[in-house]
Design a protein around this ligand. Sequence first.
Ligand code: ADP
Length: 776
Amino acid sequence: DVADLPGVPEWLPDHLRDDGIEELYPPQAEAVEAGVTEGENLVASIPTASGKTLIAELAMLSSVARGGKALYIVPLRALASEKQADFEEFEQYGLDIGVSTGNYESEGGWLADKDIVVATSEKVDSLVRNDAPWIEDLTCVVTDEVHLVDDGERGPTLEVTLAKLRRLNPDLQTVALSATIGNAEALATWLDAGLVDSDWRPIDLQKGVHYGQALHLEDGSQQRLSVQNNEKQTAAIVRNTLEDDGSTLVFVNSRRNAEAAAGRLANTVRPHLTDEERAQLADIAEEIRDVSDTETSDDLADAVADGAAFHHAGLSRGHRELVEDAFRDRLVKVVCATPTLAAGVNTPSRRVVVRDWRRYDGSAGGMAPLSVLEVHQMMGRAGRPGLDPYGEAVLIASSHDEVDELFERYVWADPEPVRSKLAAEPALRTHILATVASGFARSREGLLEFLEQTLYASQTDDSGQLERVVDDVLTYLQRNDFLEIESGELDATSLGHTVSRLYLDPMSAAEIVDGLRDWERGVSDSTSASGSPADAPAEPPADSGFTTASELAGDGDESNNADRDPDDISALGLYHLVSRTPDMYQLYLRSGDREEYEMELFEREKELLGPTPSEFEEGRFEDWLSALKTARLLEDWATEVDEATITERYGVGPGDIRGKVETAQWLLGAAESLASEVDLDAARAISEARIRVEHGVREELVDLAGVRGVGRKRARRLFQAGITDRAQLRDADKAVVLAALRGRRKTAENVLENAGHRDPSMEGVEPAPDVEVDLD
Ligand code: ADP
């Protein structure tokens, strides 16, 4: 009974009852017995939707009630706002909630007064690197989806961050929540924690496989589920669920497939909608179109008008929220999603269909099966407690043999054990530098001892492997001037400190510094058949026998070691520089792209910083071209090409443009700091490229677009109306501004106020008739 919880604030039982929670679910009760409300460490490995959030809340609220401060680590930014909304319910009892996701390299001082902070593991890592003083005040840390320590890219950050937090405060209560995994006890051992390992669910889940005209269920029964002529299996299941007044969540393996499936399934859903539903859906479709003016937005709106939707990481946040809400409100009857959604966004549904159980995997060089853990997490979304009698999760078989295979592989299988991915060079490069720079280790031995506290160390018998990678990484860091090693003592250089605080992969920093230096020395052509930038010759050997692109272009003198003016670095050159670092997710080259970007490279090679790798170095050359494609996207954005054209030209979603832009902004900001750190005089060019990409405008609009509420399109309209900068806007004729902003009074008032206009009121003002602006 919620009245009998030790250690929690006195208002909590009533609050829970108001939410319809009278009794704890069994795994929650086990957690309380294990002391989660009394400061004990705990690992809880329980199925999706079985009440993990409440366990987290019990831990955090009781810790705060004892005068402490709690941190909740989320795996995805998209989840931070959902958790924030959950926890903000406690503000009525005087608690302060803070969220910190973006903008690395600050210490988030304002978080010092918060009782509960929500952040991604990367953000926490960066706060530790920037010595946020309040980190030491933490008394409780909760990690959501801790099984992601298994993720090669992000897992190591989580692992090292937890180790650091625990080192800073040995009494820190550590609570880790996980999906059901094969080796929960290994996590508990690593974190010195009690363990709740349960497969209890609040609502029954039946797993099954569909083939032919039947749904084969795991209890051995079969349901007739017929597929009509020309109908796909998924459509048949969606139709069958609709006939029972239920909704379906369909998991597919790519964004494109999600969009295509939603488009098709809209035809299945449409006949089942009532007039009222149609009217409400039409409203939501309009809201979707309002979010952005792109093809993705249109496709989504079209599908939603018919009661279907897609959901993937290429959507903007506004789109995602509209889809999730409409699905929860049972207006949208089917959502086709990529597996990212399964990682925690709370959208339960009557049925789940796992349509694709393979996905493209670059490292496997083709299609590879999903892990049991992932498939079980998707399946776990089936069934809404209190609304559905039970949930059903269905895999789709395309042959009779596949029915058996899918039962073996997923329905009856146990999830894989989670294994640390720390002992890999890219991960250790970053974390070793940060660990030394923040003073967690001052010698090779100290470093190894620190790494002993990671999951990796608790899982391996071969400590030699870790030592070998550590030594390689130390050599790399020393060679690139990030670390000094003197008689066994490790010390970060000033550059090393900067890199760590900027949250850069040291390899990105090296690429940026080398590129800027190469530019200064005038190295920018394709003479290097030799290798990495580090050992490329500073100027082409006279007798190399190669013809360089710049020679072909008739200005070979540039490669004559002449110092070049840093102000001449083009924005494209800088976008390319940051796009080729490991911190930027580059765009893939699709078929046909290679030729196009080889041409592009030939034309614009002079603008790039550093020597182009030889075509014989397949991998590096390919990367160089992908970076050029990414840089071209950024350049398009910064020359006011409209969003719809960009999404089409590069085959991306609007959310991807935002992602690239934000990453470029961060990396260019970092490049500015690095340039001044190593005395390179390129700050002006970099800062301009950064601001242009931030606002998505050409140079002449930078000032205007910086006024809050203006943005790229409005800045261009104002400019066309003769208002060219902030100062002019401040003193502008209101009739002109109103005309430029197409008669939108509220917007005009807002913009004038932000520009500091004496009297922004638009009352009685009419748009000036002689102002003509036309962008569309
Ligand atoms: P998880 O994080 O494990 O995926 P959630 O914490 O989101 O699952 O819980 C799923 C749903 O169950 C939520 O709507 C929550 O309010 C509800 N819930 C949690 N605990 C209880 C309980 N003891 N009694 C009734 N409902 C509960």
